[in-house]
Design a protein. Structure first.
Length: 366
């Protein structure tokens, strides 16, 4: 009956789970306590996303809440009209850093930040039909204007020729040079995100007859993958040789356990723990951050005179592109790189190769 709590009987329990009210015909009423999440549970939910995603979502939510307050609107739960007005606001308001409105992909992320915020607070998602229509119209306008923001920004693929150019000037007699060569070549060979790469410990690297087995935790798909690292045909870009040299350098410096990739100071020494006002900050073992690893890749590309949008993701994209161009099956590429089934990002990388190699124009006699 409406306004009353459903009475649970033995018939409502199946395999130790309560059957929904819809299944039993009873109306389920949740109290405020049922809707309550403890701070610890909220923190656990937030921790399910990558740190970079949490930071971006946090900024998006703060901006949305401030805009709602300024407009006299309710942020959570937000109405469909509020979401449509907010998205239109984003499409016309210049951002301080670029002096241009946000691009479609940035607005997509902001919309996800707000809808997920509702779910975290036990609220239904707002109606996004109007917001989607506004965003689609914005995409069309940018395309007509041939604006740069009309196309999704992608990292330049680091293919073997580019990797050779990046590593050619690297002094591998130094600790930093050996680390950087291993970081680039292992990152490519495993198609690792930089966050996955710097999370590796020495214990995750096992020498084998074929070279090494390296086990990474792929956070996006929430599982471990063990990648076989094989010898390369060119000693300069062989991931096995580079990794072996890096491990030997770490052992000579007294590091046989802990992080695989460490901070190195300007004097080519393992950097001591960082402190601020007498307190240790960062990883006390000296583990590199994902940002530092990405900076290594960008710096090597720039030093080699390579043009393009270089980032920590360049190695991952380069692996997918090179593997597909070599004729490898997309399923095997996805498994090796820890891509989710049906990944749209991976499909886009495949298209970069397939649109030429598998073009209907091939072999038709033009």
């Amino acid at each position: 009956m409406s306004g009353h709590l459903a009475v649970v009987t033995a018939a409502d329990v199946v395999d130790a789970e309560l059957v929904d009210g819809e299944t039993t015909g009873a109306e389920l009423v949740h109290t405020d306590r049922d809707r309550h999440l403890s701070p610890e549970t909220v923190a656990a939910i937030e921790a399910s996303a990558a740190a970079s995603t949490r930071r971006a979502y946090g900024a998006d939510r703060d901006l949305f809440a401030a805009w709602c307050q300024e407009q006299g609107r309710t942020a959570v739960p937000a109405s469909g009209e509020t979401m449509a007005e907010w998205v239109r606001h984003l499409t016309v308001t210049p951002r301080p850093r670029t002096n241009r409105p946000a691009g479609p992909s940035t607005i997509e992320r902001a919309m996800s930040a707000v809808t997920s915020w509702h779910l975290e607070q036990g609220r239904p998602k707002p109606n996004m039909r109007g917001a989607r229509a506004v965003l689609n119209a914005y995409r069309d306008r940018l395309a007509r204007e041939k604006a740069e923001a009309a196309q999704a920004r992608q990292a330049t693929a680091a293919l073997p020729p580019q990797i050779r150019a990046m590593l050619a000037p690297t002094d591998r007699a130094t600790l930093a040079g050996r680390r950087n060569a291993a970081l680039v070549l292992l990152g490519f060979a495993t198609a690792a995100r930089v966050s996955e790469l710097v999370a590796l410990d020495l214990a995750a690297v096992v020498e084998t007859e074929h070279g090494y087995d390296v086990t990474l935790y792929r956070k996006k798909v929430r599982k471990h993958t063990t990648n076989a690292i094989l010898y390369g045909t060119d000693p300069a870009t062989c991931p096995v040789r580079a990794l072996r040299a890096h491990l030997a350098a770490l052992a000579a410096a007294g590091r046989t356990a802990g992080p695989l990739f460490l901070r190195i100071d300007r004097w080519d020494r393992l950097a001591p723990p960082m402190t601020r006002r007498g307190r240790t900050i960062g990883d006390p073992a000296g583990r590199m951050t994902a940002e530092a690893a990405a900076e290594v890749i960008e710096r090597l590309a720039v030093a080699a005179g390579l043009t393009g949008a270089w980032s920590g993701h360049s190695l991952r994209r380069g692996f997918a592109t090179a593997a597909r161009a070599a004729g490898h099956d997309p399923l095997e590429i996805a498994r090796a790189g820890g891509w989710a089934d049906g990944s749209r990002v991976l499909a886009r990388y495949m298209d970069d190769v397939d649109r030429v190699q598998n073009s209907p124009l091939v072999g038709i006699g033009l």
